[in-house]
Design a protein around this ligand. Structure first.
Ligand code: SF4
Ligand code: SF4
Length: 93
């Protein structure tokens, strides 16, 4: 039997890939330490690392193609700094 967390994760992922869910992320660039976990984790590859430094001297992550974001939250789950907020809206269904 699957755990609730695993079922939720799969449901979000499937809905995300099917294009039925729209999302948006906000990365706090001053909290970000540029570890790249979010960049590596995003299934759509829409997170990149800036070439500029934040106040702490790190190159923070940013979303290069916000329109594609499904709101799957995988990036936020991976972020050790809790620097990513995810917003979702359902299109239809
Ligand atoms: S929520 Fe994060 S991991 Fe998911 S698609 Fe959007 S940017 Fe990528
Ligand atoms: S996982 Fe968090 S700390 Fe690491 S690059 Fe992404 S936003 Fe920055």
């Amino acid at each position: 039997m699957k755990s609730r967390g695993k079922r939720l994760f799969q449901a979000l992922t499937v809905r995300g890939y099917s294009g039925k869910m729209k999302g948006r992320i906000v990365i706090d660039r001053e909290m970000c330490k540029g570890c790249e976990y979010c960049m590596i984790t995003c299934p759509l590859g829409i997170i990149m690392i800036e070439e500029n430094f934040n106040k702490k001297g790190f190159m923070p992550a940013f979303c290069v193609d916000p329109e594609k974001c499904t709101g799957c939250s995988m990036c936020a789950r991976m972020c050790p700094e809790i620097a990513i907020e995810v917003y979702r809206e359902n299109n239809g269904e």
